[in-house]
Design a protein around this ligand. Structure first.
Ligand code: RTP
Ligand code: MG
Length: 139
């Protein structure tokens, strides 16, 4: 499998609870290389665009409120099979269903506040990375 990239956000709950270091440790231990990283805060317009695929869903308003209520850590990560392996590392969307040892099992409170984002395809990883980082911010 060729080396490729995924995009992640440590969501506002992770930053609020002081979990940045612990989550980055898990990401490093799993063998991901950090290509780009920053603390930023999404505007409502940013979050509505980023999660546009969910804009008809009943939880959309809560999702936008959650993702914009404080700063996030945005990052691009590189590894063989990055998208799939990172989704495995973070675990199921609902932490109650997440496997033992996954980031969501360890650090997420609920489906609505689930600590971390991971891109769901190579195509979306590229779109999401470009949404948050210029070429000059990627190493
Ligand atoms: P993400 O995109 O953030 O990595 O999460 P995901 O792929 O595991 O889940 P997705 O279906 O893309 O949903 C995006 C985010 O919306 C919130 N959500 N809430 N209350 C609910 O039923 C519900 N369903 C989804 C979660 O924060 C989820 O991560
Ligand atoms: Mg998703």
């Amino acid at each position: 499998m060729a080396t490729n990239r995924t995009f992640t956000m440590l969501k506002p709950d992770s930053v609020e609870k002081g979990y940045i270091g612990a989550i980055l440790e898990k990401i490093n231990a799993a063998g991901f290389r950090i290509v780009a990283m920053k603390m930023t805060q999404m505007t409502v317009a940013n979050a509505e665009e980023f999660y546009a695929v969910h804009n008809e869903r009943p939880f959309f308003g809560e999702l936008v409120e959650y993702m914009t209520r404080g700063p996030i850590i945005a990052a691009i990560l590189e590894k063989e099979n990055a998208v799939e392996d990172f989704r495995a590392l973070i675990g199921a969307t609902n932490p109650a269903d997440a496997a033992e040892g996954t980031i969501r099992k360890l650090y997420a409170a609920s489906m609505g506040e689930n600590a971390v984002h991971g891109s769901d395809s190579d195509e979306n990883a590229a779109i999401e990375a470009a949404y948050h980082f210029s070429g000059r911010e990627q190493f």
